[in-house]
Design a protein. Structure first.
Length: 111
């Protein structure tokens, strides 16, 4: 699967077959885990009008940090590398006040 949002960046040698790696023009390396990308696609579907702002924030993070991992869960990332900054989708969207209600919760009915 190609991550169209990151096609402007140079592919970087992958250290984990599940995690895409890229490098910007300043030599900053970043990794995109599938769970993060899945969440990003969810925002693309549900918040189309806000999606450019989300991408702008992601690109800003890439420019800011020399080593970055976009992860679905920073407590148990697919990819761990010393010195990396980890960002979840909510680290990108919450400061922008862009939210999607998570309706996937357990049943209200008990036994």
């Amino acid at each position: 699967m190609k991550y169209e949002e990151f096609k402007k960046y140079k592919p970087y040698p992958q250290e984990n077959s599940l995690v895409k790696a890229y490098q910007d023009e300043h030599g900053h390396v970043f990794y995109v885990e599938p769970g993060f990308y899945y969440a990003l696609e969810g925002f693309k579907e549900r918040k189309k009008e806000e999606y450019p702002r989300i991408l702008e924030r992601i690109y800003s993070e890439i420019a800011k940090y020399p080593l970055l991992v976009f992860t679905s869960n920073y407590e148990s990332p697919f990819f761990e590398k010393e010195g990396c900054i980890y960002r979840e989708i909510t680290d990108i969207t919450d400061p922008l006040n862009i939210f999607v209600e998570d309706k996937s919760r357990g049943s209200d009915y008990g036994d």
